[in-house]
Design a protein around this ligand. Structure first.
Ligand SMILES: [Zn+2]
Length: 701
């Protein structure tokens, strides 16, 4: 059950909070200029590709170069050149020649070197702005199609995983888990279906993980071994969280390459990958910029725009504008908070709200949050230090995340702030803060254990202030309300976002999203990372900003988006096709992955709804004759003592079904079982209008 605690806490989902205009934002003249400039947004000009004329190399072999040398600006007016040396590589190497009618200067050349696979040298220089690619030349033959398939995250918040495929090169962005729906009893979580990739593992050049939330990293340990252990590229904090989580798995160690989103670039096959620092509720979050021969595709990851983030650098709007200026073929953008108007709160504004609780509380402050909301944890710790309180960390995941983040420098904690149980017990109430998991009402989390008096040494005291510091995952509302009521009954004060703004969502709201679209100026727009209706709302925003409806793809999970450069066209054309790759639920139940099928789930559902009815009969093997009286056991269906008649009637029916088949019948237990299941099922439904799960057991003697 630790899984549930482990997983739920990391979920970041935003709800409506008070809408504040970020005045500071408009004071920024540069930004203003950018907004004005982008107001005249029109359909962008041809922004197909880095001009390319593929030539077959004479040395095909198995070593795809996945390495980058320092991207050097070439002399003007040289064009963007994707040079690949005649290296041994799996796919036939193609040499990209400079575009002839290139007009823009200072384009970097991307070279691939001979280094062995999985050891990329990264350019440790700031990424230079790239030139807008020239129009595709017409003699381009059989250029591969760029395919984008979102395996998870288009019909739910969670299970994020996107596949980018160009020719023989595949780059994957994120590999997350999804929390089970209410009708999936006993399921810990759901991970993406990788059937499509099974016979393509040799083409996977890398997996990029945008940030450390479980809906983006949670499936890594399950899926990476099945994908041939490709290298994982991610930032430092995410790498720490990934490694920690992977310790629970017995599979081979992950091949993690830490990147610096501000500086590094990677050449992953034909994808030149750059990163874009963004803000979110966890530090080290970034978006991904995939430069392909057909154009640039941007994947934002989860993001918000925050000019005063906690322990993090503000998002670089300048850089977004530069990328937009270069030309963006397609923008895949976070839609989690698309339904909400206005601007997202800055993390610093949250600190002010949290501080009110610290100034008012006379007793202990008990905070329930997600262990991955590193920013929130920092705020609580900073305020505790300011108000002379000591912090007790409760919950395994809380302890391990704080340890990792602190070690890597993402949490600033003064010595002596964190206390253990013994010291905690000695301190007066007004000097204490408990920081634990459980703001979603998770069964095994700290808040639940405290309120249910199941905690080892903590129970509610009158005067306690309980702070729920994370948004409510849809579906958890009732559980959380019950939890709050229980705290109130036991004499505590409860604070939640409805009372105080103790939560800033980690996701961009409408005005932030509009700004992002205006700055990137994509030709095609693909809303991602949300339920369908949120994608739809995000799509409408994009349309309002002038992106033609036919260039906005509101796709389903697995629906293939194709970008190609037809010979008769000047530019890259995108298409939301009818093709679909498999995106079945892969359910994780304890240690089992994918072994819980829909049938198992249906049985669990039936049992949880209408209980179980077990019929045990003993028959003679040769004749099928019934021996003795059938046994009936029922659980969660009816109370047997009070329903004697129903049980007796059922027993009589069992007898009848067993005898009906005649004496000369050679016993077929399977057939008897089926008859019993159908017959008893119909009978019980007729009598009770319930459908318990019927479990016939036939013993042959
Ligand atoms: Zn996230």
């Amino acid at each position: 059950m630790d899984y549930i605690e482990e997983t739920l806490k990391n979920f970041s989902y935003s709800v409506i909070f008070k809408i504040k205009t970020l005045k500071i934002f408009f004071k920024d003249s540069q930004t203003n200029r950018m907004i004005q400039k982008s107001k005249s947004y029109q359909k962008p000009p041809a922004r197909g590709s880095y001009s390319s004329r593929p030539k077959r190399s004479s040395q095909p072999s198995r070593m795809p170069a996945r390495t980058t040398q320092a991207a050097k600006p070439t002399a003007r007016p040289a064009a963007q050149a994707f040079k690949q040396s005649a290296q041994p590589r799996r796919a036939p190497a193609r040499t990209m020649q400079p575009a002839k009618q290139m007009t823009r200067p200072t384009a970097p050349a991307f070279k691939q070197s001979t280094q062995p696979r999985r050891m990329p040298t990264r350019t440790m220089q700031p990424a230079k702005p790239m030139a807008r690619p020239a129009a595709q030349s017409f003699n381009d033959q059989a250029q591969p199609t760029l395919k984008i398939m979102v395996l998870g995250g288009l019909e739910e918040v969670g299970r994020n995983m996107t596949v980018f495929e160009y020719g023989n090169d595949i780059v994957i962005v994120d590999m997350g888990l999804q929390f089970p729906e209410e009708n999936m009893p006993g399921i810990d979580y759901i991970i993406p279906d990788i059937t499509y990739l099974e016979d393509k593992t040799k083409n996977i050049r890398g997996v990029i993980i945008t940030h450390g939330h479980y809906d983006h990293i949670g499936a890594v340990s399950h899926l990476i071994p099945k994908l041939g252990n490709p290298p994982i590229y991610t930032a430092k904090l995410t790498a720490g969280l990934l490694k920690k989580r992977h310790q629970e798995y017995k599979t081979a160690p992950l091949d993690i390459q830490i990147i610096d989103p501000d500086k590094d670039r990677l050449q992953l096959g034909r994808f030149l990958v750059e990163f874009l620092r963004v803000n979110h509720s966890i530090p080290d979050s970034f978006g991904v910029i995939l430069n392909t021969p057909l154009g640039t595709v941007v994947h934002t990851g989860d993001f918000k725009i925050d000019f005063s983030p906690i322990n993090d650098k503000p998002i670089d709007l300048n850089r977004i504008a530069q990328i937009g200026g270069r030309g963006v073929l397609a923008l895949l953008s976070d839609s989690t908070d698309a339904p909400h108007p206005g601007y997202q709160l800055s993390e610093s504004e949250i600190t002010e709200d949290l501080e009110k609780i610290f100034t008012q509380a006379n007793g202990r402050i008990i905070v329930g949050t997600f262990a991955s909301l590193i920013n929130r944890i920092q705020q609580i710790i900073t305020l505790s230090e300011k108000y002379g309180r000591k912090v007790l960390l409760e919950g395994r995941s809380m302890n391990s995340n704080v340890e990792i983040a602190h070690e890597l420098g993402y949490l600033k904690i003064k010595p002596g702030t964190i206390v253990e149980e013994t010291e905690f017990k000695k301190l007066p109430d007004n000097k204490l803060v408990v920081l634990g998991t459980g703001a979603q009402g998770e069964q095994s989390a700290v808040l639940m254990r405290i309120v249910n008096k199941e905690h080892r040494f903590l129970s509610v005291k009158p005067g306690d202030s309980i702070l729920f510091s994370s948004s409510v995952i849809p579906g958890n509302e009732r559980t959380i309300q019950n939890l709050k009521d229980s705290f109130y009954k036991q004499g505590a004060k409860v604070f939640h976002y409805q009372l105080l703004d103790v939560h800033a969502g980690g996701h961009a709201k409408q005005e932030d999203l509009k700004l992002t679209i205006r700055l990137f100026k994509p030709k095609y727009f693909i809303p991602i990372e949300a339920n369908h209706y949120m994608l739809k709302i995000h799509a409408e925003l994009a349309e309002e900003l002038g992106i033609p409806k036919e260039n906005i793809f509101v796709a389903s999970n697995g629906q293939v988006m194709e970008f190609s450069h037809p010979r008769n066209s000047r530019e890259t054309i995108g298409k939301l096709t009818d093709k679909k790759v498999s995106t079945e639920y892969v359910m994780v139940d304890g240690l089992g992955v994918g072994d819980v099928s829909n049938i198992v789930l249906r049985d669990r559902r039936m049992m949880s709804e209408d209980g179980m009815f077990v019929v045990i009969t003993t028959i003679k093997r040769k004749t099928g004759e019934l021996v003795g009286s059938p046994d009936i056991i029922s659980r969660g269906f009816v109370y047997m003592k009070e329903n004697k008649k129903l049980i007796d009637d059922s027993r009589a029916l069992v007898r009848k079904i067993c005898q009906d088949k005649g004496k000369d019948y050679a016993a077929d237990p399977m057939e008897i079982k089926n008859k019993l299941r159908d017959g008893i099922g119909q009978f019980l439904y007729k009598k009770t209008k319930r459908r318990p799960m019927i479990l016939p057991v036939v013993i042959e003697v």
